[in-house]
Design a protein around this ligand. Structure first.
Ligand code: AMP
Ligand code: ZN
Length: 468
């Protein structure tokens, strides 16, 4: 059996069948770059990064696109507040995004397109919609005629009447119908603009994703993802535009990750109840945050608290204790082939890998996958000892790191704890050097060398390294 995933479109778990064998074409809505991202955004990024890495782990070649919304009301507001340009704001926060994303161990996307790089293509797309009767212009704005797209509402499963009641609240006199949404906005004073057949203006938000997805991945893609808040109206509108223009299905699978909440309320910039990713990363290792985020299923909301983060920290520490122990055996254990008991143990441990794969194949159940890692490590701890062979330690470390790599945990090699005797010699050598007693310092260096130890000078001080 292959991978099954929950498709928001059908509200069912379905077997994943790619458009092209062995390839996944995946588009995930990215950040609006007017600020540092918060850990609510971070949850969505980590979830889709993990899904992408799992597909890769299962042998797929993944084309992963995540856009930057670099033109929008919030960027314009920020530029005015800071007396700078929208371009400058975007440039700054894209740089900052990469810093935080790298720190969170997010693998770089295959492409990170920016909306402003696609304005020509966006205009062409809108013109095609206009030619087909799906779009109309009014005073320099262009709107999409939602009701003309008969399947409007198919993703969010909302009936048109309910939608209309909601939409009427923000009825815009320039629209023919309350359900219509904007494709192109006429330029207002002080705003950036591009020339278009409808006058100077800028693209609406929804259209950029339709355009960038089809340009970079094709008119039909495998998976479209984003946070739960995007399914309506953003994804609904993306579907309407793309399918109206291309006359074919836009995405075969729709995936939405649930919210990260705080005090049972969605973490968001507008509610001002957020922690930025970098604030958290100042105090916690990225692996701790990833373990916390992935300890729940991606379709269940999680409530953020520092207490929960602390318990992920101690959980990860427990796992690393085992890694440290295995690394010790790797260096000091018996240099021989596996005994028959060790072979048996290894096969027992491999069963956890199978369970882990089954959990991840079943709609990326990271919560269960993590609990199997804990079970596996507990089993390893009770069965290895100082008499264990180096070879088995290496094999066990390999499984732990392999299963951790998809989740972005357990990737660090821990530092060797050196004996008190070695540490005392190192200190003595440092003192001798300070006192300019180079004869004694050299003697100690040779002594350490005979013990298989060398010293390296680093910006953080002297590092003890084992030679063999
Ligand atoms: P934004 O920069 O607000 O457009 O959001 C970027 C991504 O983060 C989108 O996929 C959002 O759905 C997602 N997102 C925003 N807030 C949260 C939250 N509290 N929990 C999970 N995902 C979120
Ligand atoms: Zn989008």
């Amino acid at each position: 059996m292959g991978i099954k995933l929950y498709n928001t479109m059908t509200r069912k778990k379905e077997e994943f069948i790619p458009l092209t064998e062995g390839t996944v074409k995946m588009y995930v809505c990215g950040p609006t770059v007017y600020n540092y991202f918060h850990i609510g955004n971070g949850r969505t990024f980590i979830v889709f990064d993990t899904i992408r890495k799992y597909f890769e782990y299962r042998g797929y070649d993944v084309k992963f696109v995540q856009n930057f919304t670099d033109i929008d009301d919030k960027l314009i507001k920020k530029a005015i507040e800071e007396d700078t340009t929208v371009e400058e704001v975007a440039k700054r926060y894209i740089e900052e995004y990469y810093k935080d994303a790298d720190a969170l161990l997010l693998k770089r996307a295959t492409y990170n397109p920016k909306a402003t790089e696609y304005v020509g293509k966006i205009i062409k797309f809108i013109k095609d919609l206009e030619a087909k009767g799906y779009a109309y212009s009014k005073d320099g704005d262009v709107y999409f005629r939602s009701k003309k797209f008969e399947l409007y509402g198919k993703l969010s499963k909302q009936n048109l009447e309910d939608l209309e009641v909601g939409a009427r609240i923000e009825l815009d006199s320039r629209k023919e119908d309350a359900m219509d949404f904007v494709l192109w906005k006429a330029q207002k004073e002080g705003e950036p603009g591009w020339n278009s057949p409808w006058g100077c203006g800028r693209p609406g938000w929804h259209i950029e994703c339709s355009v960038m997805a089809s340009e970079l991945l094709g008119e039909t893609i495998d998976i479209h993802g984003g946070g739960a808040d995007l399914s309506f109206p953003h994804h609904e509108n993306e579907i309407a535009q793309s399918e109206a223009r291309h006359g074919k299905s836009f995405a075969n699978y729709w995936m939405h990750s649930a919210y990260l909440n705080i005090n049972n309320q969605k973490m968001s910039k507008s509610l001002n109840n957020f922690f930025t990713a970098r604030e958290i990363l100042e105090k916690y290792d990225a692996e701790v945050l990833r373990l916390f985020m992935l300890s729940g299923h991606y379709r269940s909301p999680i409530n953020f608290s520092l207490d929960l983060l602390e318990s992920s920290k101690s959980g990860l520490e427990r796992l690393y204790n085992s890694v440290r122990n295995l690394e010790h055996i790797e260096r000091n254990g018996e240099d021989r082939d596996l005994s028959s008991e060790e072979t048996k143990l290894y096969h027992e441990i491999l069963k956890y890998k199978e369970k882990y794969i089954n959990a991840m194949d079943d709609d990326f159940n990271t919560a269960d996958a993590i609990s199997y890692i804990y079970d596996m490590v507990r089993d390893i701890n009770t069965n290895v000892s100082d008499n264990t062979s180096k070879k088995l330690a290496v094999m066990l470390l390999e499984i732990i790191r392999e299963l951790g790599s998809v989740l972005g945990i357990l990737q660090k090699v821990t530092e060797e704890e050196f004996s008190e005797e070695i540490k005392a010699l190192v200190d003595e050598r440092q003192k001798a050097r300070k006192d300019k007693d180079f004869k004694r310092a050299d003697e100690i260096r040779d002594e350490l060398k005979a013990m298989g130890i060398t010293l390296e000078d680093t910006p953080q001080g002297v590092k003890i390294v084992r030679i063999s």
